[in-house]
Design a binder for this molecule. Structure first.
Ligand code: GAR
Length: 212
């Protein structure tokens, strides 16, 4: 039987009236939120001792927000001022303040397509994770699975890494390999990578929690 892994954070034991509390997560995403769902699932079936306190998206109609509501989790839209890719510093500052007020321990980027900068990085040092659909450092950026196919790669995969100010450049925490098949299309390859992502992300979050 798979062992049930439990994280006990000593700072929390002393800080919360002597009780052992689950670690508090915030999830940021721009799209469907299947990785966020994998975190919900891991918490529900006892693989991950944590609580998703808030889910935020830069797209008002992103399905990740609907998934959060269905799980009774606070879901909020972040208005990025009409910019397509930019993550305005004042939005990041307000977000850092909000997440500190919510006593968030770890921020999980799950398909969030804007670059995080100093306001969040300084407020949450080594406490922001990202999942990327490639074996970093290969193929950073958008549609990594298409990049892998176009480059003729034999192996694709996914990576969970700590976030720094670069694009998909932070220290790697965990990776999973996915073979590229001769008849793969971008869609079939991404679908198989996502199967691995949904296993990898909860496991990597658990690993990150144990290092806090
Ligand atoms: C995932 O494949 C994730 O790795 C990728 O976006 C997808 C989001 O899917 N992220 C990036 O490309 C970040 N550079 P989801 O919304 O179903 O979790």
């Amino acid at each position: 039987m798979e062992p049930r892994l439990i994280c006990i954070d000593k700072r929390r034991i002393s800080g919360r009236m002597g009780g052992v509390m689950s670690l508090r997560l915030a999830v940021l995403g721009s799209g469907s939120g299947s990785n966020c769902q994998s975190i919900f699932n891991a918490i529900a079936d006892g693989r991950l001792d944590a609580e998703v306190v808030i889910v935020l998206s830069d797209h008002e109609d992103a399905y990740i927000l609907e998934r959060a509501r269905q799980h009774g989790v606070r879901a909020e839209y972040m208005d990025c001022g009409g910019f397509k890719n930019k993550f305005p510093l004042e939005v990041q500052e307000a977000l850092a303040k909000k997440l500190q007020e919510l006593d968030i321990d770890l921020i999980c980027l799950a398909g969030f397509m804007r670059l995080v900068k100093a306001p969040l990085l300084e407020a949450f040092p080594r406490r922001i994770l990202n999942i990327h659909p490639a074996l970093l450092p290969a193929f950073p950026g958008v549609e990594a699975w298409t990049q892998a196919l176009n480059a003729g790669a034999k192996q694709a995969g996914c990576t969970v890494h700590y976030v720094d100010a670069g694009m998909d450049t932070g220290e790697i925490l965990m990776q999973a390999y996915v073979p590229v098949l001769p008849d793969d299309t971008p869609q079939t390859l991404h679908a198989r990578i996502q199967v691995q992502e949904h296993i990898l992300y909860p496991a990597a979050i658990l690993s990150a929690i144990s290092r806090l």
